[in-house]
Structures are given as C-alpha cells and as structure tokens.
Write a protein that binds this ligand. Structure first.
Ligand code: UT7
Length: 359
C-alpha cells in the first residue's frame, strides 16, 4: 500500500505585527480582555497579496524536501481569501515557482482549507493520480475584515504554511482523517460582501459585514473537534494515550483548553502558537505543525493529531504519522519584499482604500 509522506515544510509570516495595544487604539477593547478571552497577544498583517505569502512558504517546503519546482505534480491552495477567483491562486504559485508540470487547484473550506488540502493531496498520491503535491494553507483576512467590529477584528491575522507530500512505501503522512460539516449551522459564521452573490446587490465587494455568533461557534468547535478526534482514533484503532502531540487549529486558547480537557490530554502534549499569530484561518493548523517541527516538538515516527474547524461550519481531525526526517534537506532564499509599515499603518491603509472605493 502506498502512503503520502510529508517530506518538506515551510512557512511565511509577514513581518508587520498588530498588537492588542494597537487594536485598542481604534476599537473599544484592551489587552487584558483579548488575552484572557482568546490567548492572543499579536497577529501579522500582510503587505503583499496572499499568493506571495503562499509562494514563499511553498519555496521553503520544496527546498526542505530537496526538490526543484520541475518535480511538482500538483499544487493545492487552501484559502478563502484568494487574490482572484479566475485565474485561481494555485496557478499564481505555479507561475512564481516555475512549477510548469503541476496541476493547480484552489480549495475553500474556510479555516480547515489547509487540512482538507492535505486530505485531497494524500488521497490523490495514494491512488496514484499524482506522485507528489505541494499543499499550502494561506490567508490574508486583513483585507476582508470589518475593522470597526471588535467582536471579530481582534481574532484574525495573516500568514501561510506549506507542505510537500510524496509517495512512500512507509506508513507516513496522513494515515486517517475524519471530515464533516455542520451545514445546518452555516449562518452563525456568515460574511456579507464577500462573494459573487453580492455583486448585484449594490454592495462594494470587499466591504464586509461579519455576522458572527462567537459563543455558538465556540460550542460547536469544541464538540465538532472532539467528536472528529474520537472518530479518527477509532478508525485507526489507536488509543489517545498513543498520541505524541496534538496540533490543533488555533482560534481561541479556551477552545483548545476545553478540547484538551474533554480528551484528557495534558498541556505538555498540545502545541500552541496562538499568542503570536491569532487565527490565520487556513494557515493556522499548517503553521502550528511547521513551528512544532522547527521547535523540535515532533520526533521521527511521532503520532500527531490535528483537529480543526471553520466557517461552514466545517470540522476535521487528521491523524499523522511523522516520517523519518525532521531536518530540512535544504533551504530557500526566497523571501518577501521588505515592509516599511507597521501593522497598524497597513490596517489604516486598508480602511482608507475601502472608504475611497465606496465613496
Ligand atoms: O475559526 C472560526 C472563527 N473563530 C471563532 O468563531 C471563535 C469562537 N468564539 C470565540 O472565540 C469567543 O466566543 C469570542 C472570543 C469571539 C468571544 O468571547 P466570549 O467569551 O464568548 O465573549 P462574549 O461574546 O460572550 O462577550 C462577553 C462581553 C460582551 O459584553 P457584555 O455583553 O457582557 O457587556 C461583549 O460585548 O465582552 C464584550 N466583548 C468585548 N470586550 C472587549 C466582545 N468583544 C470584545 C472585545 N473587547 N474585543
């Protein structure tokens, strides 16, 4: 039987930071509330389009796998904030990398897009459709945020993280997953002004309004992720004690704590980086895994459990068995252009540009 080992990994965190103090300069909020309710301290704001973040993350993932752009069979771009719908975002990454032999698709399941992307790539590799794939979760939510709404504006940040997967005879990579969606509850995370439906309604596309029931999402996130974790462990016939590290979607530290409590997992077995980035939607869980590897939290042969949830309300849990290598084979010199603005200045630019567009 074939598997799809993850042999390369890379990330791109845009340099401009937006701190809780920055947010409190234009919203009725403060550091104490944000830290105690979410665990977030700062997040990144991108000065470039989402495809550029994805390109940098993919270049690093390819180098870590010791591959060149010509080798890539498939690029999956997981995101709900793609630069353009036509042409798709994966084709932009192909163009920037020069990965001319790759098939290219975008995939949107909101915050779970990177993880659903791993499932699709794994299945295509295991069935022999492709020999390898680059999967990137990337998001620039900042341009579509309603920066006047403190309920949501504090929660999100920008970023990208990517993996290179290749066919393997060893049992490695995603070994099982549980995927689903609470479509009946899709309205509790609903953003107007973001999609073709709004083009004929006299709205400025990108001028968004977030209809967001935080408490309901919170509850369904905890229940959905814990059920998905139980299901995936049962599928693989694995006891939760055999999990070496839980690398969850990072939407709220209290959601992660509640999930760990339900599963009886000690905090030393849960990877957390929400304090640095907030919720980067599709990039979140992939970025957490990349940083867990970089920080030496993932050992060769480790069993990793990755629960996630997002708008839709999509939910997922992936069981990964890490392969034999935890050091990158190479590094890439690809990097973002310099940014001479602070996160706060970038937000002010976004708000001003929308005012001009709507005037
Ligand atoms: O990945 C998918 C998207 N992620 C999520 O949807 C996250 C799920 N939900 C959550 O993380 C939490 O529900 C939130 C962080 C969004 C909110 O936390 P909460 O503990 O559920 O707060 P709450 O909505 O019950 O609000 C408590 C109070 C309210 O004031 P009153 O009515 O008690 O006077 C809010 O108006 O906190 C107020 N509040 C704020 N105060 C300061 C809400 N947002 C803020 C804020 N700063 N940013």
């Amino acid at each position: 039987m074939k598997f799809a080992d993850i042999t390369g990994w890379g990330k791109c965190a845009p340099p401009a930071k937006l701190t809780n103090e920055d947010l409190s300069t234009f919203l009725d909020t403060d550091d104490e509330w944000i830290v105690s309710r979410t665990g977030m301290k700062e997040r990144r704001i991108s000065h470039v389009p989402v495809s550029d973040l994805a390109y940098v993350a993919c270049a690093h993932a390819l180098a870590a796998a010791g591959k060149s752009a010509d080798d890539v069979d498939l690029i999956i771009f997981g995101s709900c904030t793609v630069d353009q719908v036509v042409p798709n975002a994966a084709s932009r990454v192909q163009q920037l990398l020069g990965a001319d032999n790759a098939a290219c698709m975008d995939l949107n399941t909101a915050c779970t897009s990177g993880m659903y992307g791993l499932s699709v790539a794994t299945a295509m590799i295991r069935t022999g459709s492709v020999k390898n794939a680059l999967v990137v979760g990337a998001e620039v939510t900042s341009v579509l945020m309603d920066w006047s709404n403190r309920d949501v504006a504090i929660l999100f940040g920008d970023g990208a993280a990517a993996f290179f997967l290749e066919t393997s005879d060893e049992k490695a990579g995603v070994v099982a997953e549980s995927l689903g969606c609470y479509g009946k509850n899709r309205d509790i995370l609903d953003v107007t002004g973001w999609g073709a439906k709004y083009a004929n309604q006299g709205l400025t596309l990108g001028e968004t309004q977030w209809n967001f029931d935080g408490q309901e999402i919170f509850k369904r996130a905890v229940v959905g992720m814990s059920r998905a974790c139980e299901k995936v462990l049962e599928k693989e016939g694995m006891a939760k004690e055999e999990i070496d590290l839980v690398v969850p979607h990072q939407a709220n530290l209290r959601i992660i704590d509640a999930l760990a409590k339900r599963m009886g997992t000690g905090e030393e077995k849960v990877y957390i980086n929400i304090q640095r980035y907030g919720n980067m939607s599709a990039a979140t869980a992939p970025m957490a895994l990349v940083e867990a590897i970089e920080e030496g939290r993932v050992a060769p042969g480790a069993n990793l459990l990755m629960p996630a949830f997002g708008g839709g309300l999509t939910w997922s849990a992936h069981l990964l068995r890490w392969g034999s290598r935890i050091a990158p084979l190479g590094t890439s010199e690809v990097e973002l252009p310099p940014c001479d603005k602070t996160g706060l200045q970038l937000i002010q630019d976004i708000v001003a540009a929308k005012k001009t567009a709507g005037a």
